[in-house]
Write a protein that binds this ligand. Structure first.
Ligand code: OGA
Ligand code: MN
Length: 300
């Protein structure tokens, strides 16, 4: 059985066949998936029933797993899933019941409805994220992806020149404030401090440039805040035009893997007070800070 990849969009997103990701992979298979990620930025694997352990094992082929912010901020008794490396992207509480309308964690999770790149609020943002669907709602709840390489390529030369060396500030507090959420608890002040990233990043393998945009951006270094936010809005609007995006409609046992360095994504609405949606995510630590690509700032 050899791996095949069928494009689902002219620029990005491939559907992978010829692989069982619940079993250990050969070095050739890992290399083929990585090459697919370099080319397509998002890969869809259908009909892959996984346990949490198998999802972690598959994910570890691509690097070290990251403990997610929300699991770091919650007590073990508040977690439904055993491992802090499994991010619970569901509408269920620790006892497996649907979360209520005013549930704090539900409100925090609504931030996923804004276009973002995972963990861009960390000094080293996430590399790949891998999301596995265990239960899906009957209506809604798609995940949309946007190709930040194609969005960069489509900018005019003057804009490319203007943004080349810009550095942005990201914090989870910025994206949550957009929705009016600010309840982090006193112990978590260190986790919401802004970090800096380059706005234009270069893929380490392909050399392609992309826009590193995210709902977590609240400023541009050296710019007045309103001007920065208005500009980031313009760029986000440009980068999420339908021609750069693709909607993934979930089926049970799908695993979708995306590169946070070159794409953004967002969750779409569903009837979360009625329908169960149980998705589970693992993320791979990014390789290094984007500010390293900018010697002047790295030396600051
Ligand atoms: C995520 C995420 C979107 C969704 O898991 O990082 O943003 O559709 N999920 O649940
Ligand atoms: Mn996300």
């Amino acid at each position: 059985m050899s791996i095949g990849i069928r494009p689902l969009h002219p620029d990005f997103i491939g559907e992978v066949s010829g692989i069982d990701i619940s079993a250990p992979l050969t070095a050739e298979q890992v290399a083929a998936v990585e090459a697919g990620m370099d080319r397509y930025a998002v890969l869809v694997f259908r009909d892959q029933p996984l346990t949490d352990e198998q999802q972690c094992a598959f994910s570890r082929n691509f690097g070290e797993l990251e403990a997610t912010l929300i699991s770091q901020m919650s007590k073990p008794s508040e977690r439904r899933l055993g491992s802090v490396e499994m991010d619970d992207i569901s509408n269920l509480d620790a006892s497996g019941k649907l979360r209520g309308r005013d549930d704090k964690r539900r409100m925090y999770s609504l931030g996923n409805r804004l276009w973002h790149s995972d963990a861009s609020f960390r000094a080293i943002g996430a590399g790949y994220s891998l999301l596995s669907a265990r239960v899906v709602p009957s209506v809604g709840g798609n995940t949309e992806f946007a190709d930040m390489r194609a969005a960069y390529d489509a900018l005019d030369d003057a804009t490319k020149g203007e943004i080349e060396d810009l550095v942005t500030e990201h914090s989870i507090a910025f994206s949550r404030a957009e929705l009016g959420f600010d309840d982090y608890g006193e112990d978590n002040a260190d986790k919401i401090r802004p970090v800096r990233h380059r706005l234009v990043r270069t893929h380490p393998v392909t050399g392609r440039k992309s826009l590193y945009l995210s709902a977590h951006i609240g400023g541009i270094v050296g710019w007045p805040v309103p001007e920065a936010r208005a500009f980031i809005r313009d760029l986000t609007e440009h980068a999420t035009q339908p021609r750069f995006t693709h909607a993934h409609q979930w089926r049970v046992n799908d695993l979708v893997m995306w590169d946070n360095r070159t794409t953004m994504h967002r969750a779409r609405r569903y009837r979360d007070l009625q329908d169960v949606r149980d998705l589970r995510r693992t993320s791979i630590k990014g390789a290094g800070p984007t500010a390293e690509q900018l010697p002047v700032l790295a030396a600051e």
